[in-house]
Design a protein around this ligand. Sequence first.
Ligand code: FCA
Length: 340
Amino acid sequence: MKKRTFLKSILASSLLLGSLSISMNASAALFGKSDNEKVKIGFLVKQPEEPWFQTEWTFADKAGADYGFEVIKIAVPDGEKTLNAIDTIAASGAKGFVICTPDPKLGSAIIAKAKGYDLKVITVDDQFLNAKGEPMEDVPLVMMAATDIGRRQGEELYKEMQKRKWDIAETAVMAITADELDTARRRVHGSIESLTKLGFPAEKIYRVPTKTNDIPGALDAANSLLVQHPEVKKWLIVGMNDNTVLGGVRATEGQGFNADNVIAIGINGTDAKNELAKEKPTGFYGSLLPSPDVHGYHTAELLYKWITKGEAPNPTHLEVSDVVLLTRENYKKELEKKGL
Ligand code: FCA
């Protein structure tokens, strides 16, 4: 009953808005496009403090400027905020949203809520899981080519270790894992796969799970691993993104390691800028920069076309595989090339 009254009032207000927008249209013909008649989309991200997601927002806005739509950007660090954000988006008159969910298991709830409002949904970076924990293949997704980028991380670490002529006998790999997030699991898996293929002894690749996907979480995980292996003289550090790897580096520093006996390579690139800009090199050797610009721009563009032309994203899944290794030497130039 309540729901029906609510629907009625939505209907009534949209009729009212409809007549308002007719008169707006007339004035828009005279004065150009008004903000009220612009298509609106939401862009929801789990960790707005990461430059990665800020970059996606910036490029979604760029798509908005190019096509003439408005992007409503909302931080969704947890499930409750995510569901509230969907209400906000619907109330603002947006027709859909792009989302990097704070928890893939929210997939079914997000889709159910979006359907209730007739909102279209595109996922970015992290794939939804259904109630059974299976990937929701039918929801459009744009993400990095996780396994390939992970493999590249392992290759670059091995290459740098060889260049420095390190003795494998005194070296080990610290792999900070976040296996419940599929993209993270695939990256770390790819990295370990490359390292072992190239000849790094599997028994000296130590995995440790992080509780949270940020620097403090990774730092705790790394500390617990370091105390178990006082015999290791040199470390290679693997993790799913820059913050995870930075947590590992900070932990090694706490135990007296430095740029001479740690090689760490992150993933994201955008989030490694400050570290690479430090006057003195740290154990953080470099970062793989995929394409947050493409993810932000393209998801927004796909959603706009879906809303305005009825063209659903095809293919449904897109893995962006362009990646460049940023180091202290080239990071400024490479980031500039992408306008970052
Ligand atoms: C995940 C990570 C982010 C970024 C993104 C592409 O969402 O948490 O840091 O790497 O994938």
